[in-house]
Design a protein around this ligand. Structure first.
Ligand code: ZN
Length: 241
């Protein structure tokens, strides 16, 4: 109850009445917050820039009777260059949808907040392949949620995984499956040796430091895996496949 001040980023908005918007915010302290920005669509509203996709700053929120109202915002970043490149915009939109699915109201989300902020900075300002940025975001989101893919052993028999050119990946089990544990009825995905090397290197060095080429990023597998674990299938995902 009362007024709270928090860092936050706009994950989504829905237009509401003539001049208002309902914002979905991600706060490192309070998790996902639905907050109304009254009058933000009026041209001279001080909340105009703070009520756009990707807006990030220090939000002052008034909480009363289960409703949250944006009182003011000190805007710090708008990630503007993302809007000038269609591929980057699609990837960034997809990442916001995953944040919305992953974050819970009232649950601190510092790790996710840092991850989305860094990923959007990369999409906006760094000369990195957007598909690699998205793949890394998916990988680290899985790690934060406790679903880091198991790559060093078979998720069924637990024996160390022998090196091979192509690996089978079990979404439900969350990792690789050795040839002797594979069953006819399995619907397994596949990873190449290069895909596995990309995951290992990005976990160790980060997506900015890795020397693995972006084409080795297993984007589709990481999308399928993360979406299954978060139980969400954002429409924006279809655009980047
Ligand atoms: Zn096995």
């Amino acid at each position: 109850m009362g007024t709270i001040k928090t860092q936050a980023i706009v994950l989504r908005y829905a237009d509401y009445r003539e001049n208002d918007r309902m914002l979905t915010l991600l706060s490192p302290v309070y998790g996902r917050i639905d907050a109304i920005a009254r009058g933000c669509k009026r041209p001279k509203s001080p909340l105009l820039a703070a009520s756009e996709w990707f807006a990030q700053g220090e939000y002052v929120l008034y909480v009363s009777g289960g409703h949250v109202t944006v009182t003011s915002c000190l805007l710090q970043e708008s990630f503007y260059p993302i809007r000038q490149d269609y591929e980057r915009l699609e990837n960034a939109t997809y990442l916001l949808s995953l944040c919305e699915a992953s974050a819970q109201p009232g649950q601190a989300s510092l790790g996710l907040f840092k991850l989305i902020t860094r990923s959007l900075l990369r999409l906006a300002y760094k000369d990195l392949d957007p598909r690699a940025v998205t793949s890394a975001f998916l990988l680290f989101t899985c790690a934060l949620e406790g679903y880091l893919p198991v790559l060093d052993r078979c998720v069924r028999c637990q024996k160390p995984m022998p090196a091979q050119p192509r690996y089978a990946f079990d979404i439900e089990g969350g990792g690789l499956v050795c040839p002797s544990c594979q069953r006819m009825e399995d619907r397994l995905l596949h990873l190449t040796e290069r895909n596995v090397a990309w995951i290992r290197d990005v976990l160790k060095e980060g997506v900015e430091m890795t020397e693995m080429p972006p084409d080795d990023a297993p984007l589709h597998l990481l999308m399928d895996y993360t979406e299954a674990k978060l139980e969400c299938h954002p429409p924006a995902g279809k655009m980047i496949r």
